[in-house]
Design a protein around this ligand. Sequence first.
Ligand code: AHG
Ligand code: MN
Ligand code: MN
Length: 335
Amino acid sequence: MKPVYITQFLVEEQRAMGESAPDLRLLIEVVTRACKRISIAIGKGALGGVLGEAGTGNVQGEAQKKLDVLSNDILMEANEWGGHLAALASEEMEHPQPIPEQYPQGGYLLLFDPLDGSSNIDVNISVGTIFSVLRAPEGTDIAHAEKAFLQPGVKQVAAGYTVYGPSTILVLTIGTGVHQFTLDREIGSFVLTQRDLKIPEQTREFSINASNARYWDAPVKRYIDDCLAGKDGPRGQDFNMRWVASMVADVHRILTRGGVFLYPIDSKTREQGGKLRLLYEANPMAFIVEQAGGAASTGHQRILDIQPEKLHQRIPVILGSRLEVETAVRYHGQG
Ligand code: AHG
Ligand code: MN
Ligand code: MN
């Protein structure tokens, strides 16, 4: 069978993208081109001098790795001149960046987590990039661009992630299902390798950082205890557990074979609202997971319905196989 390269795929999907199709297509192509560069840098590892600490901190108060900074720079540089964006926002930057005046302005907003799973960089475990695309509201005042980004996840027009793993893959939705591409390293192009991914509705696999157990709220404790009790407990079946600590890799496993991923709020993260970021992590992943037939909730609310209040807002996340997410949410309803 002839390979379908991402450009051909996007041309064929243009009709689903509506009026501004060429711009959105260009935007996605530019993002994926930047991701190829990130993939090449990661692939060089120690030989490329890209491992280790950058010696700086980000707005989240987190120490930045060299690759956090490099990936952010690559995405910024690639996206500023194309004429398809009004502004960009990144997990690594305190404020949104308007497109510099010398370049044409476009109608979209791009948000990204340039490097997800930073703690895994130096140990050669899969990391990735997550991105989300919104329409810039009419008459967006670039000087006050932050407000333009505060749109609920249901407004996303596209979202995707890459996993820089044994192979580099790209998972993308433009609201017409979820499609997977694999980077052909010799040719340098993403090739469509799976159309219309669907998450199995049921699962026996959960994904949570269990070292936080003593900080969890009662509903999460009860839910995990019941999973761990297996066939001897109320769930009546054994569960398996996986935790990569790169959201991209954990979500990708769930997209491939089912599962439920939880990063709940706990007494350690209560003040900041949770661990994962709504605009750069939760929303794009929730859009992808829902498009693949799964569900995504905070435990109390569908993630995609949340009206963001702050650019770097954090929230609790439960996502994955639809019936298992519903079960975990039911535990929250019980107080
Ligand atoms: P980032 O590297 O962008 O800061 O995100 C890391 C996130 C996410 O990828 C992962 O699921 C989680 O943090 C890992 O958290 P723990 O270190 O608590 O396991
Ligand atoms: Mn992340
Ligand atoms: Mn990150």
